[in-house]
Ligand binder design. Structure first.
Ligand code: FAD
Length: 386
């Protein structure tokens, strides 16, 4: 049996690393198990969305862990949306009245590494190459697999930060129905890159989130501190047979992608010299919203971040929401002491917020790909900001 002041975190991604800092600083003994290798040794093997929009909600959570300084050092400020119409000049729509209301583009890898360093400094013990495989809740043994063998470990409670495909969630569901539902989006995404200009500077306005809205599909681009942009093309996975809109069934090769960009994103095309390569080499990502009725199993296990409420990325709030979860859970554990009560209070506090943000994220896809280019919408925003 593990010590009652001991907690086991599954997953050392964004939520797992931040939660480890917050709990270790409150005096908990924390062990974190991560299926991947240590990104500080092997390089970051993230697999998806190279950069992320960090908003005030997430920044506030990072401040609680004194991690905001290290993260903001390498972040790029985005003061608004730069909308690129098919015809005409790009136009900046500010997020607020001035630069006190901005969001930040951060590299997923750099952010993760900064949080892992801080977690270790706070006293958390990190175990890499350890994939949660199985949980025996009666015996309170979690089995991790790594380097060819199984590693059974006793636990007091498991905190599930293992992402949208959470193994802990699957193990909890074998014991109790969590009321899990996954709603797949019929649109997917592909990442491409705008490299720096010949003189090493950004090729387009650095301090903006660029959007090329095209009705039922769109491109966005977020800046990186090494003066590149990560471009994400979102469009339907499959055609409906009637529409002329592009979809991933019909835009298959690099040449197809070039023809699409020449027609619909002509100002972006010359910015992406390796378009064919990126389009063919990078996987097509799929997107879903995950709903659960139950986030915890008594005081034995609780889920947070994407493991509890994965959402589509159109509000840029999945990570921000996961960070808020970490602050809330650490506080509920401190307030209650008794873990079952803390986990129940955490779920009651955070589930309504997460559900609301999931809904807003789905709605924002319509706004981003369509309404941001609508003159009536632009006028309304100007009036709001006036
Ligand atoms: P993850 O970041 O997925 O971390 C899970 C960790 O658990 C990983 O390190 C994984 O290796 C590990 N793991 C998995 N299984 C196991 C196992 N069995 N055992 C041990 N370890 C395991 N959010 C924003 O706030 N802003 C954005 O701009 C934004 N853009 C996005 C763009 C795209 C295209 C996508 C797909 C998502 C975007 N998000 C954004 C959402 C954001 O990526 C997630 O909400 C965030 O990563 C959730 O963090 P997490 O720690 O819960 O999960």
């Amino acid at each position: 049996m593990a010590d009652s002041r001991h907690l086991t975190i599954v997953g050392a991604g964004l939520a797992g690393a931040l939660l480890a800092i917050l709990l270790a600083r409150r005096g908990w003994q924390v062990d974190v198990y991560e299926r991947r290798g240590d990104p500080r040794v092997h390089g970051y093997a993230g697999g998806r969305s190279i950069n992320l929009a960090l908003a005030e909600r997430g920044l506030h959570a990072l401040r609680q862990a004194d991690a905001d300084g290290a993260v903001l050092q390498r972040a790029v400020m985005m003061r608004g949306r730069m909308v690129h119409p098919l015809h005409g000049q790009p136009q900046l729509q500010r997020y607020g009245r001035d630069d006190s209301e901005v969001i930040w583009s951060v590299s997923r890898g750099e952010l993760n590494i900064a949080l892992l360093d801080a977690a270790e400094a706070a006293g958390a013990v990190l175990h890499f190459d350890r994939r949660l495989e199985q949980v025996d809740f009666d015996a309170r043994i979690a089995t991790f697999r790594g380097e060819g063998s199984a590693h059974p470990r006793p636990f007091n409670a498991l905190l599930g930060c293992d992402g949208a495909g959470s193994t802990l969630r699957a193990e909890m569901a074998r014991r109790q129905d969590l009321g899990e539902r996954t709603q797949w989006l019929d649109h997917g995404y592909k990442e491409l890159e705008i490299p720096p200009a010949a003189d090493g500077s950004f090729r387009i306005e650095a301090n903006a989130l660029h959007i090329w809205p095209r009705g039922r599909y769109m491109c966005i681009a977020l800046p990186n501190d090494e003066k590149t942009f990560t471009v994400t093309l979102f469009m339907a996975l499959h055609g409906d047979g009637a529409s002329t809109d592009p979809d991933f069934d019909r835009v298959v090769t690099g040449a197809d992608a070039r023809a699409l960009f020449a027609r619909d994103f002509p100002d972006a095309l010359p910015l992406i010299p390796r378009l064919e390569h990126d389009f063919e080499a990078n996987p097509t990502g799929t997107l879903a919203t995950l709903y659960l009725d139950q986030w915890h199993l008594g005081g034995e296990a609780v889920l947070l971040g994407d493991a509890a409420h994965a959402m589509v990325p159109f509000h840029g709030q999945g990570m921000n929401c996961a960070f808020e979860d970490c602050v809330a859970l650490a506080q509920q554990i401190e307030d209650h002491g008794e873990l079952a009560a803390a986990f129940a209070a955490f779920q009651a506090q955070r589930k309504p917020d997460a559900t609301a943000i999931q809904q807003m994220a789905l709605e924002n896809y319509i706004e981003m790909r369509d309404l941001v280019d609508d003159p009536a919408f632009l006028l309304q925003r100007e009036l709001e900001l006036a």
